[in-house]
Design a protein around this ligand. Structure first.
Ligand SMILES: C[S@@+](CC[C@H](N)C(=O)[O-])C[C@H]1O[C@@H](n2cnc3c(N)ncnc32)[C@H](O)[C@@H]1O
Length: 248
């Protein structure tokens, strides 16, 4: 009897209360729930695991802005914006358009923009996929930014060509992604094994994608990237990362 009481108090009741709160917050809405989880996980990722590389990447974005001798506003498109964790690194005084298939991310984007407090204007949140950016005119952005998203884009070749299409001539694509480990390494064989079950956990995502190959084989010129090891602890399969840029 005592044992039953213990399990009820320590496990069953707290779990039932947690489920009740969760369902009150999100209903049974998967997309809403995904946006909430993304906002929590991404805050951890961006705050802890690749802070140095992110700073270097966005320094390049600032340099790109400064190199443009134009009076018009600097325009950025962020693909797979999630909850908008990159805004605080963006140069001030720019116009940002965000694209993400999950409409529930918009509220987190607006919140992150307010917190970034660096005079960035949100032009539009587009609900859509990078593979097919019908609503986005060609040659319209100075820069496209994409972080931790290329792993989950199903048609990555199409998406990269779309990114190139929407960039102005001379515009730059800035990216930071987790990628496949070196071929032949122990970590790579673990990634390859895990990839067989991974789609059941997170649909359409890749833990062993050689993302650099898609960029090398694209119509972009001057593709530059640096491989590095992120400070992921539990998610050690996502440690191999890369950041870099490509020019239209
Ligand atoms: C891991 S989150 C990363 C979010 C954000 N970029 C960051 O670094 O915090 C991946 C995001 O990509 C979005 N996404 C998934 N497939 C996509 C696609 N085909 N095109 C554009 N975005 C996509 C998801 O909705 C999600 O918001």
């Amino acid at each position: 009897m005592e044992e039953i009481k213990y399990y009820l108090l320590c496990y069953v009741i707290p779990i039932v209360i947690a489920c009740f709160i969760f369902i009150r917050m999100f209903g049974l809405n998967k997309a809403k729930c995904k946006a909430f989880i993304c906002s929590l996980v991404c805050r951890y990722i961006h705050g802890k695991v690749c802070d140095k590389e992110k700073a270097l990447l966005f320094e390049q974005l600032k340099d790109h802005k400064n190199s443009l001798k134009t009076n018009s506003k600097f325009t950025i498109l962020e693909i797979g914006v999630g909850s908008g964790m990159n805004f605080k690194f963006f140069p001030s005084e720019c116009d940002v358009t965000c694209l993400d298939p999950n409409p529930y991310n918009e509220k987190y984007v607006i919140d992150s923009l307010r917190k970034a407090n660096n005079n960035i204007r949100l032009v539009k949140f587009i609900e859509g996929y990078a593979e097919n950016m019908l609503d986005v005119p060609s040659d319209s952005f100075d820069a496209v930014v994409c972080t931790f998203t290329m792993c989950s884009i199903k048609g990555l070749n199409d998406a990269i060509e779309e990114i190139r299409r929407v960039l102005k001539p001379g515009g730059k694509f800035f990216f930071l992604e987790h990628v496949a480990a070196h071929k032949g390494s122990h970590l790579r064989s673990l990634q390859d094994k895990f990839q067989r079950i991974w789609p059941y956990i997170a649909k359409d995502t890749h833990i062993n994608r050689e993302t650099w190959k898609f960029l090398d084989n694209s119509s972009f010129k001057d593709v530059q990237y640096h491989l590095f090891t992120a400070k992921f602890f539990l998610a050690f399969l996502a440690k191999p990362c890369m950041y870099g840029s490509a020019t239209k």
